[in-house]
Design a protein around this ligand. Structure first.
Ligand code: URA
Length: 294
């Protein structure tokens, strides 16, 4: 049986639910095993206990059963005052299957005037992502630079031109793939995004990846790879090796900006991309031996 929530936990829960609502998540579901509980329980850090990332949805999927919060609970955000709970499903798997998440919905949830983290202060345009919403291949970069910030599009500056060459060398065009970043607003002076910024923005990236459901994700540089792989290890430890991101093949390679500074690393990147091409059945552009500079 569930137990009554303390006021402190109710407040934590309300805060967390507000956050989920901010990023567009409004519905939670529980499975048959947890339907006996009359009251939502929370774990020690205040997160709803039944969330279980990595697990699969129960089959057949159970119709959601609303669960009322204890009556002493502080007012919750609208539409969250009746709280069904997820059990046995990752939050994002559940979102996709239940709410039919789409890039348009994610972009609407994010908004164009987001102030969720401090990066908004120096932003001109938020850079959501660009390309084929059903792409088999997604490139994930770090965060917008100056040109991207001006245009509201990812990888349109010098590094972007090199990325375009890489994509074309693979036998594709930019419109065939999807390109996005870990953070959607430009960090000042092109510094690396900070932990709190990544934590605030990356739920949108995760939803983008789940909505697109590509065959392969290519992480450009260490920030993208470390974010998706949830590791602090340097990219050199796993660059060029197949990794997994929630069941999807993930290849980490050097960032095009790094290649502009270190052109001798282009051969390594081309080898990584050839592995990606093999998985996607791409022949590559005739005559492309390597990732050529612009
Ligand atoms: N570098 C990135 O990581 N992303 C961009 O969109 C541009 C440059």
């Amino acid at each position: 049986m569930g137990e009554r929530l303390s006021t402190a936990l109710q407040e934590k829960l309300a805060k967390r639910l507000s956050f989920y609502q901010d990023i567009g998540i409004e519905f939670f579901y529980r499975d048959r095993a947890s339907q006996q509980q009359p009251v939502v329980t929370v774990d020690a850090v205040g997160s709803p206990a039944p969330f279980s990332p990595g697990a699969t949805l129960p089959k057949p999927f159970q119709k959601p059963q609303p669960v009322k919060l204890a009556s002493a609970a502080p007012p919750l955000p609208r539409r969250l005052d009746v709280l069904p709970v997820v059990a046995g499903a990752s939050l994002f798997e559940a979102m996709n299957k239940i709410a039919d998440d789409s890039l348009l919905k994610i972009q609407a949830d994010l908004g164009s005037d987001c102030t969720r983290c401090k990066l908004h202060r120096g932003r001109t345009k938020l850079v959501f992502g660009d390309g084929n919403p059903k792409a088999e291949l997604v490139f994930v970069g770090e965060g917008p630079g100056r040109d991207e910030d001006q245009q509201g599009l990812p990888f349109v500056g010098r590094a972007g031109k090199l990325l375009t060459q890489m994509i074309e060398a693979m036998g594709l065009q930019r419109k065939d793939v999807y390109i996005c970043n870990v953070v959607k607003c430009r960090p000042p002076e092109n510094r690396a995004p900070e932990k709190d910024e990544v934590e605030t923005c990356s739920p949108f990236l995760l939803r983008q990846l789940d909505a697109i459901a590509p065959k392969v994700i290519v992480c450009l540089g260490s920030i993208a790879a470390q974010t998706l792989l949830e590791t602090n290890r340097g990219i050199s430890h796993f660059r060029g090796e197949w990794m997994q991101f929630r069941g999807t093949k993930l290849m980490a390679t050097y960032h095009p900006a790094y290649l502009l500074r270190n052109p001798s690393a282009k051969g390594e990147v081309w080898k990584d991309l050839q592995k990606v091409m093999a998985v996607l059945g791409l022949q590559g552009k005739k005559g492309s031996q390597t990732v050529k500079p612009s």
